[in-house]
Design a protein around this ligand. Structure first.
Ligand code: SAM
Length: 228
């Protein structure tokens, strides 16, 4: 059982995603637990202020240290806990990180908003700082959910068919999955087209020859890998 604790000023954003689909089922099966925590409840002032102006001047507001410190004091459990700061200037999160973090018993995500979080949080309260890509989002909630999802998939039992995890993109360095198809065999494009368009599944996949299919898939994976 791994517990994810996500510190945010928008806890409902977390709950709506984490209670559906694979994460929702994994929670019901007690394989994972995803808790959202409202940072405003961890403020000492009566206005529940979580942000203030930056020292040295500049635009926007910065999230204060106090709510993160108080929340962590209450939530952080013990040794196998990893506290992760979401930040656009962090190390880029990878599948290898997802696999590694799946071995912790508690993963805590700190979500920033506005212009970010007082740097003393990163200096004193976190174990790792992750970005989910080279772009800036309005908050850390989507990154926290992206990482929670990627980590959870590596916990035995979370995915219905464990086999699908073994053959997925990025499970080995540089490996990208081959293209997949489902019914119908021929899809006729809908819409007001002059000529009918028919898109067929590659014949090899209908051949029933598993050796050839395996070889074709391997070839397609290589093509994908060399495309970038
Ligand atoms: N001023 C910051 C900068 O230039 O790096 C951006 C702050 S951003 C608007 C607000 C919050 O969104 C950040 O504190 C972080 O929690 C989150 N965030 C934005 N982009 C992110 C990314 N690519 N990866 C992870 N977190 C991100």
């Amino acid at each position: 059982m791994i517990q994810f604790d996500i510190l945010t000023i928008f806890p409902k954003m977390i709950d709506s995603y984490a209670n559906e689909s694979i994460l929702g089922r994994a929670q019901k099966a007690k394989l994972i637990k995803v808790n959202s925590h409202d940072l405003r409840t961890y403020t000492a002032d009566k206005h529940h202020k979580v942000d203030d102006t930056p020292y040295g001047g500049g635009p926007g507001m910065i999230m204060k240290v106090e709510p993160f410190d108080l929340a962590l004091k209450k939530i952080k459990k013990g040794k196998k806990t990893c506290v992760i700061l979401t930040a656009a200037n962090g190390k880029t999160f990878s599948q290898a990180d997802a696999r590694r973090l799946a071995k912790f018993t508690q993963v805590i995500f700190l979500c920033g908003r506005y212009e970010g979080i007082d740097a003393r949080v990163e200096e004193h309260l976190v174990d790792e700082t992750f970005s989910i890509g080279n772009y800036v989002l309005t908050g850390g909630e989507l990154p926290a959910l992206v990482m929670t999802d990627a980590i959870a998939r590596n916990i035995p039992g979370v995915l219905g068919a464990e086999a699908s995890l073994n053959k997925e993109s990025h499970t080995e360095e540089g490996y990208l999955e081959y293209p997949q198809y489902t019914k119908p065999e021929v899809y006729v494009k809908k819409g007001l087209l002059k000529k009918k368009q028919a898109w067929s599944v590659p014949e090899i996949l209908l051949s029933g020859d598993h050796k050839k299919i395996e070889a074709w898939r391997e070839e397609q994976s290589k093509k994908k890998t060399t495309r970038r």
